[in-house]
Design a protein around this ligand. Sequence first.
Ligand code: LLP
Length: 421
Amino acid sequence: MDHFLYRNGVLHAEDVALPQIAAAVGTPFYVYSAATLTRHYQLFTEALSPLPHLVCFSVKSNSNLAVLKLLGALGAGMDVVSGGEYRRAKAAGIPGDRIVFSGVGKTRAEMRLALEGGIRQFNVESEPELHALSEVAASMGLRAPITIRVNPDVDAKTHEKIATGRKEDKFGIPIDRARAIYAEAARLPGIEVVGIDVHIGSQLTDLAPFEQAYSKVADLTTVLRADGHTITRLDLGGGLGIPYTRSNEAPPLPSDYGAMVKRTLGHLDCEIEIEPGRLISGNAGLLVASVIYLKHGEGRDFLIVDAAMNDLIRPAMYGAHHDIVPVIEPPPGAETAPVDIVGPVCESGDTFAKQRALPALTADALIAFRSAGAYGAVMSSEYNTRPLVPEVLVSGDHFAVIRARPTFDEILARDTIPEWL
Ligand code: LLP
């Protein structure tokens, strides 16, 4: 469920009509619903209760400071993968002891930043990284709390660009080498082992791969404890999928996921950490655009809109489906015709949808891309010198611009022409 519904024939974000936001900020824009973000976060905490747990929102899915602040105020932790995301979490007021640091390529500077500012744990992904962290922490007179990300070699059965838990993927260390590396970690100065980490991929619509991976983590917990390690935390990663089409998708709910976690890991007396991104932010956001032209082509019609692949890259990059709906609700029984919905960028890949059934729309009509709150604004760019799309947060009957559209002067001012030209 989300809070983007038609009321009196007009699509609303909570109690705000989208044309009202369009009039204030122009199109295209991203809009997020505070109530939906809140509800999705709460679904996870409810699903994991009464186990001790921390829901660490995956900042990469939506890193706007206002979104982080809202979730942080509810008690969320954050999963960050760069010094930049760490800075965002801190700027949004998240205490260091609620921030976990993931990622295969943490630099020494990033390690130092997090150790200085406070960190709940590093999720270490390789032996060279373990050694680097040991040196950095020891040189600061600190011990870095760590988990080691194990690669359980399960197939998450998701898009190949976002599967991470197979042995051929670049992530984590093979689970059958875990004992040796934990033994190594225990010997190193500046390192304090606190748990185990696993993350097998994103947009998983079946619980079975999670369950396989978590069962392996349960076995590993017992083995590592017998080896004398203190394992008090299990970081289970993110990845639970969302419905991208209204009609025919029913991925498992957070409550189903929580029940499976309790079944596989509940007996181990560990604190559970999870890192959901998409399930919290995905269906909490829309991208709203305007129609520029309806162009009649050879045997097909193109709806050319003012959003493009640089604003929402998921269709071009993953062949991803986003439901696209008119902001003004078509009357019941209105005729539809198939159109290709495309942006203005000079690449055929700048196509959001092919032969999608839509009612007749003319220039300036508003359309909304659903499920765009995760991996939307964060993956956008200024390709074709198209300004980054503004972001708006709605709560009840009010809204605020939480990232303004840059002006062209600001964009051009970032470049410098050397004196010698
Ligand atoms: N934890 C780790 C270590 C991750 O790598 C990811 C996502 C997450 C948590 C959050 O996963 P989620 O709950 O959002 O599925 N750009 C792609 C998705 C990339 C996901 C990368 N890692 C897309 O637009 O589908």
